[in-house]
Design a protein. Structure first.
Length: 110
Protein backbone atom coordinates (compact mmCIF):
# COMPACT_ATOMS: atom_id res chain seq x y z
CA UNK A 1 0.00 0.00 0.00
CA UNK A 2 1.53 3.33 -0.99
CA UNK A 3 1.33 6.62 0.89
CA UNK A 4 -1.61 7.93 -1.15
CA UNK A 5 -3.65 4.78 -0.45
CA UNK A 6 -2.86 4.97 3.27
CA UNK A 7 -3.97 8.61 3.38
CA UNK A 8 -7.20 7.75 1.57
CA UNK A 9 -7.96 4.95 4.04
CA UNK A 10 -7.22 7.19 7.04
CA UNK A 11 -9.63 9.81 5.72
CA UNK A 12 -12.27 7.23 4.79
CA UNK A 13 -12.19 5.92 8.36
CA UNK A 14 -12.66 9.43 9.73
CA UNK A 15 -9.37 9.54 11.63
CA UNK A 16 -9.25 13.27 12.29
CA UNK A 17 -6.96 13.59 15.33
CA UNK A 18 -3.80 15.63 15.02
CA UNK A 19 -1.20 13.68 13.05
CA UNK A 20 1.75 13.98 10.73
CA UNK A 21 0.66 14.06 7.09
CA UNK A 22 2.64 13.66 3.86
CA UNK A 23 2.02 17.35 3.13
CA UNK A 24 3.42 18.37 6.50
CA UNK A 25 6.42 16.12 5.96
CA UNK A 26 7.13 17.61 2.54
CA UNK A 27 6.77 21.15 3.92
CA UNK A 28 9.67 20.45 6.29
CA UNK A 29 12.08 19.79 3.41
CA UNK A 30 13.78 22.95 2.17
CA UNK A 31 16.80 21.50 0.37
CA UNK A 32 18.32 18.35 -1.02
CA UNK A 33 21.79 17.35 -2.18
CA UNK A 34 23.04 14.18 -3.84
CA UNK A 35 26.38 12.48 -4.16
CA UNK A 36 27.42 9.36 -6.07
CA UNK A 37 30.68 7.92 -4.84
CA UNK A 38 33.08 7.67 -7.81
CA UNK A 39 33.38 4.18 -9.23
CA UNK A 40 30.39 2.88 -7.26
CA UNK A 41 26.62 2.62 -7.49
CA UNK A 42 26.23 4.21 -4.03
CA UNK A 43 24.02 7.29 -4.13
CA UNK A 44 23.51 9.43 -1.03
CA UNK A 45 20.80 12.02 -0.53
CA UNK A 46 20.90 14.65 2.23
CA UNK A 47 17.60 16.41 2.89
CA UNK A 48 17.72 19.69 4.78
CA UNK A 49 14.74 20.51 6.95
CA UNK A 50 13.29 23.91 7.85
CA UNK A 51 14.97 23.75 11.25
CA UNK A 52 18.32 23.08 9.49
CA UNK A 53 18.43 19.45 10.65
CA UNK A 54 19.52 17.01 7.96
CA UNK A 55 18.60 13.42 7.25
CA UNK A 56 20.46 11.09 4.93
CA UNK A 57 19.26 8.24 2.73
CA UNK A 58 21.11 6.03 0.31
CA UNK A 59 20.71 3.54 -2.50
CA UNK A 60 23.07 1.11 -4.22
CA UNK A 61 22.90 -1.59 -6.88
CA UNK A 62 24.21 -5.11 -6.48
CA UNK A 63 24.96 -5.19 -10.23
CA UNK A 64 26.68 -2.12 -11.68
CA UNK A 65 24.92 -2.84 -14.99
CA UNK A 66 21.63 -1.92 -13.32
CA UNK A 67 22.84 1.45 -12.03
CA UNK A 68 20.69 4.37 -13.11
CA UNK A 69 21.63 7.74 -11.55
CA UNK A 70 18.09 9.14 -11.69
CA UNK A 71 16.58 6.05 -10.08
CA UNK A 72 19.38 6.02 -7.49
CA UNK A 73 18.55 9.62 -6.52
CA UNK A 74 14.84 8.82 -6.24
CA UNK A 75 15.41 5.79 -4.00
CA UNK A 76 17.97 7.62 -1.84
CA UNK A 77 15.57 10.57 -1.42
CA UNK A 78 12.69 8.28 -0.52
CA UNK A 79 14.88 6.61 2.11
CA UNK A 80 15.91 9.96 3.58
CA UNK A 81 12.31 11.22 3.61
CA UNK A 82 11.15 8.04 5.36
CA UNK A 83 13.30 8.98 8.35
CA UNK A 84 11.33 12.17 8.78
CA UNK A 85 8.15 10.25 9.64
CA UNK A 86 9.59 9.02 12.93
CA UNK A 87 11.23 12.35 13.76
CA UNK A 88 8.10 14.39 13.07
CA UNK A 89 5.94 11.84 14.90
CA UNK A 90 8.19 12.08 17.95
CA UNK A 91 8.07 15.87 17.85
CA UNK A 92 4.27 15.90 17.53
CA UNK A 93 3.83 13.41 20.38
CA UNK A 94 6.05 15.57 22.61
CA UNK A 95 3.99 18.65 21.73
CA UNK A 96 0.73 16.80 22.45
CA UNK A 97 2.07 15.53 25.78
CA UNK A 98 2.91 19.07 26.89
CA UNK A 99 -0.49 20.31 25.75
CA UNK A 100 -2.23 17.52 27.70
CA UNK A 101 -0.25 18.36 30.83
CA UNK A 102 -1.07 22.06 30.45
CA UNK A 103 -4.77 21.07 30.43
CA UNK A 104 -4.22 19.04 33.62
CA UNK A 105 -4.15 15.58 32.06
CA UNK A 106 -1.17 13.62 33.31
CA UNK A 107 0.83 11.75 30.75
CA UNK A 108 3.95 9.69 31.12
CA UNK A 109 6.73 11.28 33.17
CA UNK A 110 9.71 12.56 31.22
Amino acid sequence: MDETEVEAEIRAKGKTATRVTPGHLDAQIVGEAYYVFPGTTLTVCALTCRNEFQVVGHSACASPENFDPELGRKIARDNARAQLWALEGYQLRTFLMHAERARGRDGPAV
